[in-house]
Design a protein around this ligand. Structure first.
Ligand code: SF4
Length: 487
């Protein structure tokens, strides 16, 4: 079905479109009314009350939903937020009736569900009251409310970072080839000529950032080396990176290298990581089906994933994460079940179940690939959840994005003693972070209301190399801001 939106509050056109996409997938909102179903939203004010009505006619039958609420107009941002919520609820109810579909996340879009749940608890609601609010106001299903609670219970021992603590993120923005679903600002490594100049700039930023932390009496909580694909660089370059990082920041109990793609990992690179206190690595299949791996441009086979995983185990890695994706192009339920069965055999300590999101900077988007809503995706996500539980894992972080298949979620699972604290900090934005390398975004968290100030690095690799000193100065200013505000 294709919908044309008419509204007398055009500022909310996109929000209505988001609700349509929950039910009818990407591409369901069109800008030409011919041949489309017209969905009309009318906003009016009656005395103090705001009244929203959404209606459409489908196969000759009229559907309509109205909600009225008194919203004080004392805070413009809050006023707009509540009007938006009313409009979305009306659109949601009309489309639920038309489609007969019950979305697992109800009308909740574009928000971290855990953040909203924490907000309710901080406002004094008990967990049963917060559950009711999610069910009544947003129509969230019982399974997703349970998922949120599983996440917040897993997170609770790790949330209280101290103000003096920083997570360190180090980005290696190179990959061997570009996966079709990826929108990261990484470059393909090509002949590798840009790696050395990049590492020179990065090592300088690492050293200077360590000095900044020491001068300001800050401690490092975790280190996370991500990308791109950190193992796309050579073993000797990786050694240089790890040695410089250890020298600058010292030993920390949690140090992740998101090795990522098996076609970049070999015995030599794994041995280098074992020489340093790297405590956790990722070896990411995305799928264990060869035809899918070819289709998404991964350049490696399912067998290579297995042998790389076994090699890492044989060298003593005891905390390995694997990422998989629900809804990859061409994958049916049987193929997804095959991926899960391979995961069960390998038994990683953590599993991240993503749902495919068609992001604008991806090759899939360029190729105009769209996924319609399909109950199969929901089934896949639920099977991923069951698989993680069978492996003794619990969900410990959760986020949702725009343009996800069937408006589902990304969930990180881990066995309890192998939870990645950096991932919790990153998702919940409760801990300061210094992000080094092209595209990194450093963050300073202020106070109990978690106000955030950011200091972004430029994402273009050559610009980063040329302007690395400016990136360091941005960090100095960020930390100084904190000192001034604390003082
Ligand atoms: S390996 Fe990871 S970062 Fe690189 S293109 Fe693929 S998904 Fe993106």
């Amino acid at each position: 079905m294709r919908f044309f939106i008419e509204t007398n509050l055009p500022d909310f056109w996109n929000d209505i479109g988001d609700v349509i996409r929950i039910f009818f997938g990407e591409g369901a909102v069109v800008s030409d009314s011919s041949g489309a179903t017209v969905l009309t939203h009318v906003h009016c004010q009656e005395e103090d009350e705001q009244v929203e009505t959404v209606s459409l006619s489908y196969e000759g039958k009229p559907y309509s939903w109205s909600l009225r609420e008194t919203i004080p107009n004392t805070d413009a941002v809050e006023f707009k937020r509540r009007i938006k919520r009313l409009i979305k609820r009306c659109a949601y109810h009309v489309l639920k009736e038309v489609s007969g579909y019950m979305p697992p996340w109800g009308s909740l879009t574009g928000i971290r569900p855990t953040r909203l749940y924490y907000q309710q608890l901080s406002q004094g609601l008990t967990e049963p009251e917060a559950d009711r609010m999610f069910a009544d106001e947003f129509d969230v299903s019982d399974s997703r409310i349970e998922l949120i609670k599983e996440v917040i219970h897993s997170q609770s021992p790790y949330l209280a970072a101290e103000d003096s603590e920083y997570d360190i993120y180090i980005g290696i923005p190179f990959c061997k080839t570009r996966c079709s679903f990826c929108s990261f600002s990484s470059g393909t490594i090509g002949n590798g000529k840009r790696v050395e100049p990049y590492l020179n700039a990065l090592m300088h930023e690492i050293e200077e950032s360590a000095k900044l932390l020491a001068e300001n009496q800050k401690r490092v909580r975790t280190i996370y080396i991500g990308g791109g694909t950190p193992t796309s660089i050579s073993a000797s370059q990786l050694e240089r990176l790890l040695s410089g990082t250890l020298h600058a920041f010292g030993n920390v109990t949690e140090w992740t290298v998101e090795a990522g793609r098996p076609d970049t990992i070999d015995r030599e690179k794994l041995a280098v990581m074992r020489d340093y206190p790297v405590s956790r690595i990722s070896i990411n299949p995305q799928s264990m089906n060869d035809e899918t791996l070819i289709r998404i441009g991964r350049n490696h086979s399912a067998e290579e994933i297995r042998t790389t995983y076994e090699l890492a185990r044989s060298l003593g890695f005891d905390n390995i994460n694997m990422d998989i994706i629900v809804g990859l192009p061409g994958e049916n339920l049987e193929m997804f079940l095959n991926t899960l069965s391979c995961i069960r055999e390998m038994r990683p300590e953590s599993l991240t179940v993503h749902t495919l999101a068609i992001k604008h900077a991806s090759k899939l988007h360029e190729a105009q690939y769209v996924h319609d809503r399909d109950v199969m995706y929901l089934k896949m996500a639920d099977l991923g959840h069951a698989c993680a539980h069978e492996l003794g894992m619990k969900a410990y972080y959760l986020y949702r994005q725009k343009y996800m298949a069937s408006n589902l979620e990304n969930v990180g699972y881990a066995v309890p003693e192998k939870i990645c604290i950096y991932n919790i900090d990153n998702m919940e934005e409760t801990t300061n972070v210094l992000a080094l390398g092209a595209g990194g975004i450093s963050k300073r968290i202020f106070g109990a209301n978690l106000r955030i100030e950011r200091a972004p690095n430029v994402s273009d690799i050559d610009t980063y190399i040329a302007r690395v000193d400016e990136m360091i100065e941005r960090k100095r200013a960020l930390i100084a801001t904190q000192r001034a505000k604390e003082g």
